[in-house]
Structures are given as C-alpha cells and as structure tokens.
Design a protein around this ligand. Structure first.
Ligand code: FE2
Length: 307
C-alpha cells in the first residue's frame, strides 16, 4: 500500500507559530505568560472547533480491482449537533464534501450529541449531500444514547436517527452489507452498529460478502477492527475519538486513554486491513487544539492501473 497525502493537518497550530516569534526577554514577563495562556484558551475555544480542514488521501492498493480505480469516498463523522455545535458547521462540512464530487459518502455516527431535539434538523442538512453512487451510514454510541462503555442504550433514539436518515435517502447499515456494482465489479460497503451499543455483529454484517470481494467497512468505534472475527476490509472508516480534541505538543492526545491513543486519528495499518480514524466535525466539550474538524477525501487507486 502506498499512501499519498495531498494536504494534512499539523500538530503545530498558527498560534504556536505566532507565539514562537516572541523574544526571550518577553518570556520573563508575567503579563506575557498570562496573555499567552489567554490566547491558547481563546484559540482552542473559538477558532479551531469551527475551522474545518479537507484532508485528501490517495491510497494505492494491491488487490484493488481496476474497475474500481479512482473510486472517491468522502468521509464525515461525529456531527454531535447540539446547542453547542452550530448547524452552520455541519452546513459548511456538507458544502465542502460536495465540492469533491464523491462516488460514495460515508457517515460514521454520532449524528446527535444527546436527545432527539436535533435529529430532523441534522437529517435535513445531510440530505443536501451529493454522491454519484450513494450515501452510507452507521450509528455511533451517542445515537444509542450510550455515553460510557458499559452504559445503557436507548433503542428509541437509534430508531429515530435511523428513520430520519433513511427518509432522506441515506442507506443506514445496521450489521448489513450494501453491494454496489461499478464497471461490472461488485464492491461491498459493510456497516456495523456501534461497539458500545452491545449490538455490533460483524458476522451478520459480513454474512453474504464473499471472502475475496473488495470491501469497505464503516464502524463508529475504531476498536471494532480488532473484533472482526476472521473477516477483513480493505479500508475501515471510523470516528469516535475526535482525535482526542486536544493534541498538545509533546504530550499527544491528553484526554484519550492509553488504549484509545493507539487509534487517536489518521491512517493505521492492521492485520484486518487499513483503518482511518476521522477527527469528526463536532464535539462534546467545545475545545479543540491541534485536531481540527475534518472532511476526509479518499481516492482508492489500483496498483495495477498505476504501474
Ligand atoms: Fe463522537
């Protein structure tokens, strides 16, 4: 697998660059340090949470059919629409996604933050997404109202989210596979329920998918890739972590546990295939530093066609 990243995020924010130009004389001044702390706080609260980034990745894949060469997928995750996350941010993400004229749009859960108040509003906004083949989605832990690993799920909320999306033409994959025919070749988009919902069932989802078929997996929680029970996908798209929301230079994603730091954000290689963890659009707590909200754009290339 060869990776080409056209544009990527950097842990160094514009604020870091601006503040690094200060002289050592100023650094001995208390007012400088108070001002610096204030600038970081303002940036993390008011600039980065609404500063969307488009991240383009070209993946050259072995065993990827020539017929699917150039398949373009836009991946959006973790909208968390609520009183804290403005609808304008989701609208901007949808408009940015449409600019890339994707074949497939993949949505990997946490559509709402809590409760049902914003379900219809979000579904109406996502209905503006355009894809040449279609839009696929899976539900996240917040869509089941599960906030902690062992929490209780609320099926009524997940049914509401699923139904609102389906009514707008989004294919919600609940442990299901969606076969897509392109240039005479079948591609399977497989989707599983969130790991914390207690309903995640990879065996059911992969049930009718031939072992050697090109396959993409949508799974909200990145650790799902460790639990595929013998199945694998060329590329798994996940979210959930929001990149940790704060990626402090030298310390990394400080709010993530050791296990989750393993899958904080970006592209990973696993025995069950490649995994991409999206930093998401929204947030629970309005605070982001070094992990801008993102729209990820993948172009999947067949190695055979690039030789
Ligand atoms: Fe989330």
């Amino acid at each position: 697998m060869v990776l080409r990243v056209k544009k990527s995020g950097s842990a160094e924010t514009p604020l870091d660059l601006a503040l690094s130009r200060r002289t050592s004389k100023r650094k001995s001044n208390l007012a400088y340090w108070v001002g610096r702390a204030w600038a970081y706080w303002r940036y993390a609260r008011h600039v980065e949470p609404q500063w969307l980034e488009a991240r383009q990745l070209q993946l050259v894949l072995a065993n990827w059919p020539k017929a699917l060469h150039g398949l373009r997928i836009v991946h959006l995750s973790d909208f968390h629409l609520s009183r804290r996350v403005p609808l304008s941010l989701v609208v901007e993400a949808v408009e940015l996604a449409n600019c890339y004229q994707p074949h497939i749009v993949a949505l990997t859960g946490d559509f709402v933050h809590s409760g049902s108040k914003y379900v219809e509003q979000l579904a109406d906004t996502l209905a503006r997404l355009r894809a040449q083949i279609g839009i696929a989605a899976v539900l996240g832990n917040h869509d089941f109202a599960v906030r902690i690993r062992l929490g209780w799920s609320r099926p009524s909320l997940s049914i509401l989210v699923e139904s609102a999306l389906r009514q707008r033409g989004v294919r919600v994959l609940r442990n299901q596979a969606w076969p897509i025919e392109k240039n005479g070749t079948l591609l399977y988009v497989v989707g599983v329920d969130d790991l914390w919902s207690g309903l995640c069932d990879p065996q059911a989802a992969f049930g009718n998918v031939p072992n050697d078929a090109p396959c993409l997996l949508l799974a909200h929680h990145p650790q799902t890739i460790e639990q595929l029970k013998g199945r694998r996908a060329v590329l798994t798209l996940s979210g959930h972590t929001h990149g940790g929301q704060v990626n402090w230079p030298g310390l990394g994603p400080v709010f993530l546990s050791g296990k989750m730091r393993r899958w904080a954000s970006g592209l990973y290689s696993h025995r069950n295939g490649l995994l991409y963890v999206n930093r998401g659009i929204g947030y629970g707590l309005r605070l982001r530093y070094g992990v801008r909200p993102e729209v990820a754009v993948f172009t999947l290339l067949s190695r055979e066609s690039t030789l």
